[in-house]
Ligand binder design. Sequence first.
Ligand SMILES: Cc1cc2nc3c(=O)[nH]c(=O)nc-3n(C[C@H](O)[C@H](O)[C@H](O)COP(=O)(O)OP(=O)(O)OC[C@H]3O[C@@H](n4cnc5c(N)ncnc54)[C@H](O)[C@@H]3O)c2cc1C
Length: 412
Amino acid sequence: MADGPIVIVGGGTAGSTVALYLASHTERPIVVCEPGGVSPHDNNSAFFDVISHHELVSQRVVSLTSELSAEYVQARAWGGGSAVNAMLLTGDEPEHVRGLTRLAHSDDMGPVSRALLKSGGRPSRLWWNGGRWNPGRAVNHLVEEGRVELRTHEVTRIHHNHGSVFAVECGDARINTDCVVLVAGAIASSALLLNSGFAEIAPAIGQGLQDHPCITFSLQLTTSEPSRFDASVVKEIALPSGAQGLLVAYERASANAPEFGLVSVLLLNPKSRGHVVLKDDRVDVELNLLSDAEDLRAMGELVRLTASMLQASEFQNIAQSIAGDSQGTGLEQVLHMTDQELATWMRSSLVPVSHVSSSLSSVVDPTGRIPGTTGLVVADASVLAHVPHQTPAAPVTMEALRIARVLGELLQ
Ligand SMILES: Cc1cc2nc3c(=O)[nH]c(=O)nc-3n(C[C@H](O)[C@H](O)[C@H](O)COP(=O)(O)OP(=O)(O)OC[C@H]3O[C@@H](n4cnc5c(N)ncnc54)[C@H](O)[C@@H]3O)c2cc1C
C-alpha cells in the first residue's frame, strides 16, 4: 500500500526529467522540493548574463587539489544546471529532446569562436532552439495545473528506519512518504545521505566523485565584439594515449569582462576521483583533480597543444596578450616548462568546471537503488559510472529518464 506522495528532492536537470515522466506515467501525487526559483532568462542566449543572476546559482568552496581550493558554481533553480549552463552539447542529441537543440551558426559566434573554428574547431550543438532547453519550465506548467506540488525549500533530512525511508524534512514541514527520488546533484545528494545517516548502510557514499580538470587561458582582446552566444565552438583532441581533450572558446571572461575572451582546455576522461565526506559534521568536497599520474601527463600534453595553438596567427590577430593563469603566465613560459614545472603549475592553476558526477556510482544498483534501503531511488549526476566524456547534461538527462522508466513501471 503506497504511503504518501512521490517526493522528488531537487528540481534540476534530472529532477525535472523524472517529474515530467512520472507525472504522465503514474497516478500517484508528486511533490517536488526545489529551493531555487524560476529563471526569467530562458530566452537569453548569453550564458554569462544568466549566471550573473545570483539567485539562480550557489557557490561552495571545494578542494580542486591538495593545494588549491576554489568556489564551485552550482545551480539553484527550476531546471537546475539546464537553467544556467553554457548550453554546449558535444555528444549526440538525446532522443527525447529531438528538435529542441541545434548546431551553432556562424552568426552565433564572436572572434574567439571564429579563431578556434579556423584552428580545427567545430560548431557545437547547443541546448537551444528558439530558446534554452529547460525542463524546469515544463514542470512549472504541471505545478500550475495542480498535477505536481512544489515546495520551495531544501530537504535537510531523509528519515529512515534501518534504511527503510518514511519521511523527508523540507523546510519546516515533514512529508511522510515511502518513495523518495533523490536528484539534488552530485554533491548535495551525497551530502544529504551522509547527513541523514545512510553511511552506516552504504559506507562508500560520496566516494568516486569526478570532474573534468580544466585550465583556462585568457585573451586580452584587441576589440570587443558582442556575440549572440558566449560559447558556441569546441575542438576535440584525441591523444595517442587514449586521453580525450575538449577546447571551448568563450567570447567573454564574465558578464562584466567583455574585453577578455577565454579558451578552456578540459581532460574529458580523467581517472582521478575525489569524494564528498562529513568532517566534524561539515560537508567537505575534495575533487583530487590530476592526482592520477596518467591524468597529469595527459593534461600536460593538452595544455602544451593548446598553448601552441594560441601562438598561431588566428589567435594572435585578435589578442594583445594571452595568459594561462591570473598571474599572467604567458604562452612561451608555459611551453618552456619542464614536465615537473608544468605539473606544479597546473595543480595550482586549475579552474573549477561545474561538471561533477559519480559520487554515488559505487553504491547504487542499475535502478538507482542503494542495496539495504527501501523507498529511495537516486537518479542524478551522482549515479553516472564516471564523469561523461562529453558535456554532461545529455548523459545526466538520459540516465534520469532511464531510472524514471524503471520506477514508473514499479509504481503502476
Ligand atoms: C555554470 C554551469 C555551466 C555548465 N555548462 C554546461 C554545458 O555547457 N553543457 C553541459 O552539458 N553541461 C553543463 N553544465 C553541467 C550540467 O548542467 C549538469 O551536469 C547537470 O545539470 C547536472 O544535473 P543534476 O540533475 O545532477 O543536478 P542539477 O541540475 O544541479 O540539479 C540539482 C537541483 O537540486 C537542488 N537542490 C540541491 N540541494 C537540495 C536539497 N537539499 N533539497 C532540495 N533540492 C536541492 C538544486 O537547487 C538544483 O536545482 C553546467 C553546469 C553549470 C552549473
